[in-house]
Design a protein around this ligand. Structure first.
Ligand code: 5GP
Length: 197
């Protein structure tokens, strides 16, 4: 089967990372691309596993060299981006590639790689999203507020993506995501169709 590019997007705290990791763990035909970021490392995070942690200068150098498939500056002021070489390496190994992106980057990929399958992951409610962000406690109160505000505007964008998965119960959401992947892998490429006119 031809490997494909999957984009999982949605608000911070919806559980994108958890779902993707759970899915990739049980599926050797999928791999998650490691993004680059300028944000500081959180406790427990590893360079090269969770992110490629880059300085501002190094990130900009790679932007200038055209090494990113997409890149954004997030509400926090930190930069995030997908390195082309990450995606190419995974696809060349015969595996499908999953990207975890906020919505602006996801739209950029939709425009440049129309064959990508996009999935918007949402929490069952804003109260639950807030609870998850506070429980994770990796951001300051101000940053959590910014992420929640962003989530409200992002919710209106859900319809711009191919699929929406509501992450109420992780196991069920992983199953749903896996089923979407299976269906997409069984489908012929839509690239020609979508690139028209
Ligand atoms: P966090 O700081 O919580 O790890 O990530 C913040 C947001 O950035 C999340 O919504 C995450 O999905 C998104 N993100 C992570 N990597 C990338 C990337 O390479 N590109 C874009 N556009 N967003 C990313």
């Amino acid at each position: 089967m031809r490997p494909r590019l999957f984009v999982v997007t949605g608000p911070s705290g919806a559980g994108k990372g958890t779902l993707i990791r759970a899915l990739a763990e049980c599926r050797p035909d999928l791999a998650v691309a490691v993004s680059a970021t300028t944000r500081p490392r959180r406790p427990g995070e590893e360079d090269g596993r969770d992110y490629h942690f880059l300085s501002e200068d190094e990130f900009q150098r790679r932007v200038d060299a055209g090494e990113f498939l997409e890149h954004v500056t997030y509400v926090s002021g930190h930069r995030y981006g997908t390195l082309r070489e990450e995606v190419d390496r995974i696809l060349a190994s015969g595996r499908s590639c999953i990207l975890e992106l906020e919505t602006q980057g996801a739209k950029e990929v939709q425009a440049t790689a129309p064959d990508a399958v996009t999935v918007f992951v949402q929490a069952p409610s804003f109260d639950e999203l807030e609870r998850r962000l506070r429980e994770r406690a990796t951001e300051s109160a101000g940053e959590i507020g910014e992420r929640l505000e962003l989530a409200r505007s992002q919710a209106e964008e859900a319809g711009d993506f191919d699929h929406v998965v509501t992450n109420a119960a992780v196991e069920q959401a992983v199953e749903e995501l896996g089923a979407l992947v299976d269906r997409a892998l069984g489908e012929p490429s839509a690239a020609g169709k979508l690139r028209a006119p």
